[in-house]
Design a protein around this ligand. Sequence first.
Ligand SMILES: N[C@@H](CCC(=O)N[C@@H](CS)C(=O)NCC(=O)O)C(=O)O
Length: 226
Amino acid sequence: MSAKPVLVSHELCPYVQRAAIVLHEKGQAFERRDIDLARKPGWFLAVSPLGKTPVLLVGEQAIFESTVICEYLDETLLPALHPADPLQRARHRSWMEFGSAMLNNIAGFYNAADAASLAARAAELRQRFEQLEAALGDGPYFSGSQFSMVDAVFGPVLRYFEVFDRIEDFGWWAGLPRLRDWREALRWRPSVMQAARQDYAERLQAFLLARGSELSRRLAASALAA
Ligand SMILES: N[C@@H](CCC(=O)N[C@@H](CS)C(=O)NCC(=O)O)C(=O)O
């Protein structure tokens, strides 16, 4: 990549974080340009046909959709974050999709309107965690000692739970040792750490409080809001 690419970002966006993680893993310097998604600037709408972050600006080209950005980076920069074997690569891409689906489960959880639907959404997430536990190997990363694109996707997914866990115990973690260790390995990976702002937890809490959801009420009632 000749010039320094620009990652058009939103401060809490998990899709932005996965692109930032991949850039970091590749040792590619980049400029991060945060925008306010509630007031999308004209220049942003001109480069983001779907009006979403992330967008990667590479010279005159604007690449949108986080998976496409990650795949482009993997095709052009070393080290490879996908396995060389096509079948294993396909398996990794399948689990990346699973990670994206989990982001929808997470949004369903924090937007749940009442206690019953919050409990149902929490149970849905527990089921997803059990599926992940069954897919994980011996670690520390998704498929062993090599950090991969699947890890880049799940770093931001699992980061949400650092805040959710502080609100109350939703019964997610018991009996899932591989998931616990994976979560810990991702949490301390430098690329994952740098992908979010230092005050991410406080900003996520402010975002959650403003949802008007059952979780907002639980958060307001918890010690965290004090
Ligand atoms: N499929 C997209 C999803 C990106 C996405 O949903 N971004 C959110 C922020 S995390 C967004 O820009 N939302 C603004 C909107 O939908 O108006 C990707 O993988 O890049």
